[in-house]
Unconditional design. Sequence first.
Length: 394
Amino acid sequence: MNVDQERALSETEGSLPDGGRPAAVIDRAAITVVQLPVRTPRKHGIGDVSGKTANVILRLQTTDGIVGWGEAAPWPVFTGTAEAVAAALDVHLRPLIIGADPFRATEIMTKADRVLVGHPEAKAALEMALYDIAGKIAGLPVAELLGGRCRDTVPLSVSLANPDFDADLEFARSLVEDGVRIFKVKTGFSGHAFDIHRLETLRATFGDTIDLRVDYNQGMVGHEALRRLRDIEAFAPDFIEQPVPADHWDTMAQLRTAIDTPLLADESVFTPADALRAVKAQIADLISIKVMKSGGMRRGQEVSAVAEAGGIACYGGDMFESGLAHLAGLHMIAATPNISLGCEFYQANYYLAEDLLAERFPVDNGVVVVPRKPGLGIDVDEARLAGFAVETRG
Ligand code: MG
């Protein structure tokens, strides 16, 4: 650093209140485990969901009363558990949070990776709460803090995974009336014939007015995959997602070259380092980015950057989130050109019995609208949060 740079930095510091100390620091962190009822049972290649989903809500507050919200949406068969998230935030990350300047998110998240391995959902919750506060103080939506938006709306995909397909078909009809035009069919949980029947029926019912996508959630093993995928290709899906287990990278690479439909990696790629290896090993044409896998929006953007350098476009995936975590994903996608395949942020409006946000998550005629208010854009309804709470720490 030369003399001019040092002078510029000291002048900047001197312009801040209290001789360079931040105007406000975080002094409260409340962690709430919630059980959110879901509307229907769902099956997937690697596990089922029914009744309720357990998520963790983080409420940070600064010394001058600004509140930031974060959510972790773990799934025990995919990323982790609510119990582990609550302990990670309360025991291991809380010391980094209390007394911290909410504008130093990059520093805090770097420290979080040093003190705690894994736990990406807990880190995602922390990062989104920090950005929510920073955006509210700065008067800017989170997308603007992440580099600025390159899109104002994101096409919505809704996943079909109800073992009662008649109910799912009615669900799809109502969604088409709502303007939804992308459906992801969860396959590989109840036999190949059932998968073919559902795809056939959807194409017969809606023709080419809808885009179909297929997600196996690791539900096949290598020897059965190729013949089945060739059958699936007859229904012209946009992509086929994670047909085989996450660590079967050679099989992914072989399937990718054997079929014409783009292959998408989800469970195989969590981090930027995973993305780099995926590019080198040529396991996929596309990658699904989820803040719950990457450990936050900035890491998600890094996954996208690595993928983009390798010629791979990305998709905005999610877990069983409320509208709160959807908002973080939405701001990330808005600020990341290469996440260009739409999003699946449908749970808040179409899967949870009730969302946690104080206003309706912004879906309009089949697209999700990126908020323009400061921070994440919508706060949590605290009374509703209390109603779903099963454990509170701090
Ligand atoms: Mg998936």
